[in-house]
Design a protein around this ligand. Structure first.
Ligand code: 5GP
Length: 219
């Protein structure tokens, strides 16, 4: 019964070119799994109409961002499409310590930085679109960004995709339901990894002691 055993929280990283559907996938995973939490990043980007401060992002000024960065408070940070994005160290450390699994929707630069300090506590998943046309139509359909920004994101996609080999898992988003269940299966398997289950030693020691006692009486 694994839920008796204390374990370290997992940092689940999802990266993909803009428009692959990672936000949709992330939201579905959060709904289906109660031990999964979203990492809320700080950004200097302006909120989109459907976004809430504190839920989607912490929307902060450039001055505040640079102050936090210079104080060394970010576990990772990067400039993407001209805006700063960053994850606070406290978000990461609290999650690992308390056995909480946290989902990070961040780019390859942030993933590389987290890998330097948290390699053993991370699972890196890269999502790819089935075709380039698919990426184009999703970005147009989203309707939240203007044409210039959409074009910028499409030009960046090839660059982003060149980092696929730095990830532990690669999932092609052919079908939303399959993608969600594939990623959920990855998370469920990763939770069982021996090194994450920090109380396993005590658990097995107790089992073996009981076994030895049985042997003494009946052997
Ligand atoms: P968007 O502006 O569409 O919300 O995000 C743009 C890009 O920034 C996405 O590719 C996303 O992965 C990346 N991003 C969002 N938050 C963070 C973060 O905290 N750190 C890093 N490195 N990238 C982020």
């Amino acid at each position: 019964m694994n839920h008796h055993i204390k374990r370290r929280g997992i940092l689940i990283i999802i990266s993909s070119p803009s428009g692959t559907g990672k936000t949709t996938v992330a939201n579905a995973l959060l709904e289906n799994d109660f031990n999964l939490h979203m990492s809320v990043s700080a950004t200097t980007r302006s909120p989109r109409p459907n976004e809430t401060h504190g839920k989607d992002y912490l929307f902060i000024s450039e001055g505040e961002f640079l102050k936090q960065r210079d104080a060394g408070n970010f576990a990772e940070q990067a400039k993407v499409f001209g805006n700063h994005y960053g994850t606070f160290k406290t978000t990461v450390d609290d999650a690992i310590e308390n056995g909480r699994d946290v989902l990070f929707v961040i780019d390859w630069q942030g993933t590389q930085q987290l890998s330097q300090s948290y390699a053993h506590d991370m699972v890196r998943i890269f999502m790819l679109p089935p075709t380039f046309e698919d990426l184009q139509s999703r970005l147009n359909y989203r309707g939240t960004d203007n044409n210039k920004i959409i074009q910028q994101r499409l030009l960046k996609a090839t660059d982003e995709m060149s980092h696929w080999a730095e990830y532990d898992y690669v999932v092609i988003n052919n079908n939303l339901e399959h993608t969600i269940s594939a990623i959920h299966n990855i998370i469920k398997s990763e939770r069982l990894r021996r090194r994450r289950q920090v109380d396993l030693v005590h658990f097995v020691t107790k089992l073996r002691e009981d076994g030895e006692e049985y042997a003494k009486k009946n052997g």
